[in-house]
Design a protein around this ligand. Structure first.
Ligand SMILES: C[S@@+](CC[C@H](N)C(=O)[O-])C[C@H]1O[C@@H](n2cnc3c(N)ncnc32)[C@H](O)[C@@H]1O
Length: 220
């Protein structure tokens, strides 16, 4: 059943894909843009000397960032995901790693459940904003939850990236007949929304396709 602004997350992010993601992480650890986001978060945590920190991972899939940050000393993690399959596998993965009791899992569209979610030192959205049409609602609601660090991975703001996203959407809708679209939202808009929520851009690491952007809460 399609949910979340017409995006059918349960079909796109199903149990098969979740198992494949977890297998890849178990074999090779955090990779690609996720690794770059993790490195940026770690550097920022070191700079801010944030001991006993908490983590809110929105659309975190099988929980790569959570598993890594718990190893670094996160005292609690919260996972909010619209995909039932991902959350279920995440529960098992957290149990295997011995921190299930320090993890809260909430299923649903973050913009709809945000009222039930606590603030956290670190908030991450790794390849999530590109799955959601209402950028203002998602960025505002999630940025508000970050007390120190807000880290995201989004498609690079380049013409050829937007062209390929357009092509992917055409294939998804017309050929596969899936109710799912990808969005290459403007970075300028994301920056503006973050600024309005009291965050400033601290680091950016533009890759070829995925761009890592890290914001920190402005002092005062
Ligand atoms: C492309 S996957 C990324 C998974 C993981 N972060 C990774 O990089 O492998 C996007 C994830 O975001 C979730 N998602 C997208 N929009 C969401 C929203 N508004 N609220 C909660 N989860 C969302 C999807 O269910 C999916 O698990």
């Amino acid at each position: 059943m399609p949910c979340c602004q017409g995006q059918d997350f349960d079909r796109m992010f199903d149990a098969r894909r979740a198992r494949k993601d977890l297998r890849a992480y178990s074999r090779r650890g955090a990779r690609g843009a996720t690794r770059r986001l993790l490195d940026a978060v770690r550097a920022s945590l070191r700079e801010q000397q944030a001991a006993g920190f908490t983590h809110l991972d929105i659309g975190g899939g099988v929980g790569v960032l959570q598993h890594e940050l718990v190893r670094d000393g996160a005292v609690h993690t919260t996972a909010v995901d619209a995909s039932h399959a991902y959350l279920e596998l995440l529960r098992l993965a957290a149990a295997e790693r011995g921190y299930e009791a320090r993890q809260t899992r909430i299923e649903g569209d973050f913009t709809q459940v945000a009222d039930r979610v606590e603030t956290a030192t670190v908030v991450t959205l790794d390849k999530v904003i590109c799955c959601y049409p209402d950028i203002a609602a998602l960025v505002r609601a999630s940025a508000r939850k970050a007390t120190a660090i807000y880290g995201i991975v989004v498609p690079c703001d380049r013409a050829w990236v937007r062209a390929l996203v357009g092509l992917a959407n055409w294939l998804l809708r017309r050929v596969l007949r899936w109710q799912f679209r990808v969005f290459a939202h403007s970075h300028r808009t994301i920056d503006r929304l973050c600024t309005e929520e009291g965050l400033i851009l601290d680091r950016q690491d533009p890759g070829l396709w995925w761009c890592v952007r890290l914001y920190r809460r402005a002092a005062g």
